[in-house]
Design a protein around this ligand. Structure first.
Ligand SMILES: [Zn+2]
Length: 311
């Protein structure tokens, strides 16, 4: 849980941006931090951005697939997400007992006591990384030359925050290469550059920096240093809060090597363990970055940006 200390200038800036978005009706608040409705204008920007990204990726001739915002716990178990990010995970619980237990649940609820103890974890989890459900479908051998997939979907991170750049439920658009190790590295490097150009063409002042994922606990700190040392994941950041913050990541290019492909038994055409690279765009974060950079009144955005986004 991110506690906002109103004493710091950064937290004040985050709260102010959030208030401005709510006042403009672009986001619709809820009782939970980081859970918002989106206005039609917000969705129009996001849809325009999605078209721009899809056009950018056209040369990849990617295979488009879509998955629901939950996926099987059996597949989640094959990733090490619960080891690296237990605090961000979400398991769906439901009621699987009988009438007697249901009466006990209702009695507890009537008395204002906690009733969730009568629920049990179901066989689905909220999708954290939208490429994980994809990998779960690719077990076995890939076609020669590998394959590229286009995945758009909802992700969840249990990360309640007053910063509107940090939502608990959000969309990602990912372009995922799965194939041989050299192909994965080349894909990451080539498409990182294309992503930077595309986002800059929308007026976003992006900077590419090595990622520093919030791995959990002591073992996690070693994973952070390995990630930085090997330069596996690059994030594209935009300065949302000026000098108060180093910038918020809106996209990333991640060379995952055989990290997930080994876990899911994905092999190249010649039988080796495949490598994967993922070019991922945070759809809400990029939309919010556009609003931050060009202003909350879309009518006053630069004509070229409006026309590229179809606004
Ligand atoms: Zn991914």
């Amino acid at each position: 849980m991110t506690l906002i200390d109103p004493g710091t200038a950064l937290d004040a800036a985050r709260l102010e941006f959030r208030e401005d978005l709510l006042d403009a009706g672009l986001l619709i608040g809820s009782a939970s931090a980081g859970i918002y409705g989106r206005s039609a204008t917000f969705e129009a920007i996001l849809a325009g951005l999605d078209r721009v990204l899809t056009e950018m990726a056209a040369p990849l001739a990617a295979i488009a697939v879509r998955f629901p915002p939950v996926y099987p716990r059996a597949d989640f178990e094959r990733t090490d997400y619960i080891a690296s990010f237990p605090d961000l995970a979400g398991v769906v619980s439901s009621f699987e007992a009988g009438d007697r237990e249901h009466r006990e649940l209702l009695a507890a609820r009537e008395e204002g006591r906690a009733w969730d103890g009568w629920l049990t974890p179901s066989d689905v989890v909220l999708t954290n990384a939208i490429c994980h459900p994809l990998y779960a479908t690719l077990e076995g051998r890939l076609p020669a030359g590998g394959a590229v997939y286009d995945v758009l979907g909802w992700g969840f991170r249990h990360e309640p925050s007053a910063d509107p750049m940090r939502l608990q439920s959000f969309r990602m658009h990912e372009f995922v290469y799965v194939g041989d190790p050299q192909g994965a590295q080349e894909y990451r490097d080539t498409w990182l550059d294309r992503a930077v150009e595309t986002l800059q063409s929308l007026g976003l002042p992006v900077t590419a920096v090595p990622a520093n994922d919030p791995f959990f606990g002591r073992a996690g700190r070693m994973l952070v240093s390995a990630q930085l040392r090997e330069n596996l994941k690059i994030e594209l950041t935009v300065p949302i809060y000026g000098d108060l913050h180093e910038g918020t990541a809106i996209a990333s290019a991640n060379c995952q090597r055989d990290h997930l492909t080994a876990a899911f038994g994905i092999r190249t055409a010649d039988g080796e363990t495949a490598h994967a690279s993922c070019l991922a765009f945070g759809m809400e974060r990029t939309t919010l970055a556009l609003l931050r950079v060009h202003g909350l009144d879309v009518g006053s955005w630069p004509a070229e940006v409006r026309s590229r986004l179809g606004l």
